[in-house]
Ligand binder design. Structure first.
Ligand code: SAM
Length: 295
């Protein structure tokens, strides 16, 4: 195969201009990420670096750019997204992990500084597994149960766990928190071993607001991962009403919430015997995580 030696910027400049013309602000970064994918490379590609590229690789790059021009996010084109310390694979049944959710990981680490502690953790609504697997990677002696209604998303968690060598300490539970007695079914699967930590980033967008989300979100993130019902709080009602049956008396709950939901979620939690210990903000200053304890 013949390879052309070319400066990256010379190759990507026309594509950057096309993406900018349709309002994509991250055009340069997107082009470099799609070029890395076309070259099967993992390291960063810089603008003024010389590379060797074949005709087929150029063809692949142009094809990926076409997908980006159609509005598909880079993470959905390459089916991966970096989160915390790892690169997670995605499929069409998983939410594209958001960096705001790293606030939850930071909060757990602040409350549990001993990385050698054995912690039994459950990730309710696990998606790619980005939250639970990041914690499992931090706390090597822990165990995480991944709980999701979507079988296809649990398959993705398994693949990610395998890639990170974390399969042994993880469990996969296909249940629905809207089904009666989901907590009892869960405890049966877990032989009545309660959790030290419950983490969850449940769907919290009010149904009518999904239509007005950016196209990249509403078209590519699964509806089930976004839809929080009429007022966005349905998942919190289902989850919080049963948590005291699955968590140890000294356990902690780390719950991600949507913008402006803190008072509503706190009220639901208090109704079910859970009390807010702290509210954590994300990098934009939005209250993103509530830490609850049992009184
Ligand atoms: C907002 S996504 C979060 C995914 C992942 N934890 C993250 O932070 O990227 C919510 C997840 O909850 C799952 N889910 C939605 N409704 C559910 C239900 N009734 N029972 C169990 N899981 C559910 C979805 O399949 C999705 O994976």
């Amino acid at each position: 195969m013949t390879y052309k030696n070319i400066d990256v910027y010379t190759l990507i400049k026309p594509e950057i201009l096309k993406l900018r013309n349709i309002g994509i602000e991250t055009a340069n970064l997107d082009c470099r990420l799609l070029l890395s994918e076309s070259l099967d490379r993992y390291e960063t590609i810089y603008n003024h670096q010389n590379i060797y590229i074949s005709k087929d690789e150029i063809k692949k790059f142009k094809y990926l750019i076409q997908q980006r021009l159609s509005g598909k996010p880079v993470s959905r084109i390459i089916n991966k997204r970096s989160f915390w310390k790892k690169e997670f694979k995605l499929n069409d049944a998983t939410l594209d992990p958001r960096s705001d959710s790293e606030t939850l990981i930071e909060s757990v680490i602040e409350y549990y500084p001993d990385k050698l502690e054995f912690l039994k953790i459950i990730d309710l609504g696990s998606g790619t597994g980005c939250l639970g697997l990041s914690l499992l990677d931090e706390y090597s002696y822990s165990e995480v149960s991944f709980f999701d209604k979507s079988k296809k998303s649990l398959e993705m968690v398994k693949i990610n766990a395998q890639n990170f060598d974390l399969l042994e300490k993880s469990k996969y539970i296909n249940l629905d928190w809207n089904v009666r007695d989901w907590d009892k079914k869960l405890m049966k699967i877990e032989n009545n071993m309660k959790y030290d930590i419950v983490i969850s980033n449940p769907p919290y967008i009010p149904t009518n607001d999904i239509n007005i989300l950016r196209k990249e979100v509403k078209k590519y993130d699964p509806f089930i991962a976004l839809n929080g019902g009429k007022d966005g709080l349905d998942s919190y009602r289902s989850i919080l009403s049963s948590l005291s049956n699955i968590i140890k008396s000294n356990g902690k709950i780390f719950l991600e919430i949507g913008k402006g939901q803190e008072n509503h979620v706190t009220k639901i939690a208090i109704k079910h015997g859970l009390f807010p210990k702290e509210y954590k903000k994300d990098l934009s200053g939005v209250t993103r995580v509530i830490i609850f304890v049992i009184k």
